[in-house]
Design a protein around this ligand. Structure first.
Ligand SMILES: COc1cccc(CC(=N)NC(=O)c2cccnc2OC2CCNCC2)c1
Length: 389
């Protein structure tokens, strides 16, 4: 039976879609902390739970190696996400994070790390309600342990540990359809290094196109065009917080960032997240913002290249500079920093620039989910203001 596990969980069920009598909001009431299961769920006897200390170099390396060899691949199994160690330390240690939400599974005898799942706390606004949630990510089971039903018990265990911190909702994404997406987004790619992308099979040469014609098609200027366009600095945190809070207020689901969140998530970190802003040369006001995160992919089985250097559109705000021009400057910066491709979802106002900036549609979809929170109607991607890593 499909979704045997998810039909037991407080998530929107397919049978309930369209039933407008069901109220928007939590599906199950919160439980008194005394009633939350105090002890961990049982794993199959060969395995044991471990709480991963991401600050410990060796543990971080074990997590990096597990994900590098066993995490998400594209539909044609040509690429696999290759999150860096510094990216993982950034992604898993936001303000207020819990080490207990960095959960591993080890083989009892060998102590080999064979599975992983994480949560980080986030304040997410759904319409007018700001809800304390866990953002769940990096669910990974070693290729050799698939179909042992480890994922359901890992999901129940992280749910239990999230409940122990008095948090009752969660947000997550997946490339597969589960009960029930709050929104389904398309991903788009903008070639920056078309020759490499064609060589590794990420892109195909267009009909009646030559390589040199394709290189010319995607060519970008050496320097950005917007006056006052510069890297974000620590001193910009208050202004960027005001700018992004105001911008995100237009979406149905979006993070409720405060200055600490902005400092963690949006201040540039080498090889992890890049962020730029436009400071008006006249008024010195911060009027626009753009950012992308760095998520390389391993290239599986290519003689000439082993890694695809990819930038992923993160949060972008335009109030004075046209979004089209702002994002073109982001492409220019990414090309100058030797990225091969710039990826984006059709969420927020991204659809307004994708085609014009020569993004092509990807061959897959990304589904967004909320745990224990019902949304009355499936959201359009343009109503989503949340980017998960
Ligand atoms: C190019 O290498 C890949 C390696 C693994 C999977 C995919 C396809 C894919 N599944 N892409 C996305 O999910 C995606 C495409 C555009 C923007 N963000 C994305 O996913 C983000 C957000 C969810 N967690 C993974 C990273 C591509």
């Amino acid at each position: 039976k499909k979704h045997k596990f998810w039909e037991t969980q407080p998530v929107g069920q397919f049978k309930d879609v369209g039933d407008t009598s069901l109220p928007e909001g939590p599906i199950e009431p919160t439980t008194p902390l005394s009633e939350v299961k105090q002890e961990p769920y049982n794993l199959p006897s060969l395995y044991e739970w471990t709480t991963c200390d991401i600050d410990d170099e060796d543990t971080c390396t074990e997590i990096y190696n597990l994900l590098t060899n066993n995490y998400v691949e594209d539909d044609e199994n040509m690429f696999r996400f290759n999150y860096s160690k510094e990216f993982l330390r950034w992604a898993l240690r936001p303000p207020g994070y819990f080490k207990s939400w960095h959960i591993g599974v080890r083989v009892k005898v060998s102590k080999k790390l064979v599975a992983f799942i994480t949560g980080v706390p986030a304040k997410i606004r759904v319409r007018d309600e700001v809800v304390n949630m866990a953002e769940i990510n990096f669910l990974c089971v070693h290729k050799k342990l698939r179909s042992k039903r480890l994922a359901p018990v890992m999901i129940k265990e992280i749910t239990r540990r999230v409940h122990l911190e008095n948090i009752w909702q969660a947000a997550y994404t997946a490339g597969v359809v589960l009960p029930t997406p709050i929104s389904t987004c398309q991903y788009w790619h903008r070639s920056l290094n078309p020759k490499k992308l064609i060589d590794v099979g990420f892109s195909r040469l267009g009909a009646r196109m030559t390589i040199s014609r394709t290189i010319k098609l995607y060519k970008l200027p050496e320097s950005t065009v917007t006056p006052g366009f510069r890297k974000m600095e620590l001193r910009d945190v208050p202004a960027v917080t005001r700018l992004i809070r105001n911008y995100l207020s237009q979406f149905v689901v979006a993070p409720d960032f405060d200055e600490n969140d902005v400092e963690h998530w949006l201040l540039p970190t080498e090889n992890v997240v890049d962020s730029y802003l436009v400071e008006s040369p006249e008024t010195h006001e911060v009027t626009d913002f753009c950012s992308f995160y760095t998520l390389p992919s391993s290239i599986l089985g290519n003689q000439n290249y082993s890694t695809l250097k990819a930038a992923y559109s993160y949060y972008n705000v335009s109030t004075q500079t046209p979004l089209l021009q702002l994002m073109n400057d982001a492409l220019i910066v990414a090309k100058r920093k030797d990225y091969d491709v710039f990826n984006a979802l059709d969420i927020m106002q991204n659809a307004s620039f994708l085609k014009e900036l020569k993004f092509g549609p990807g061959d897959g979809q990304l589904h967004y989910y909320l745990y224990n929170y019902r949304i009355r109607h499936t959201l359009k991607p343009s109503e989503l203001g949340l980017v998960l890593l």
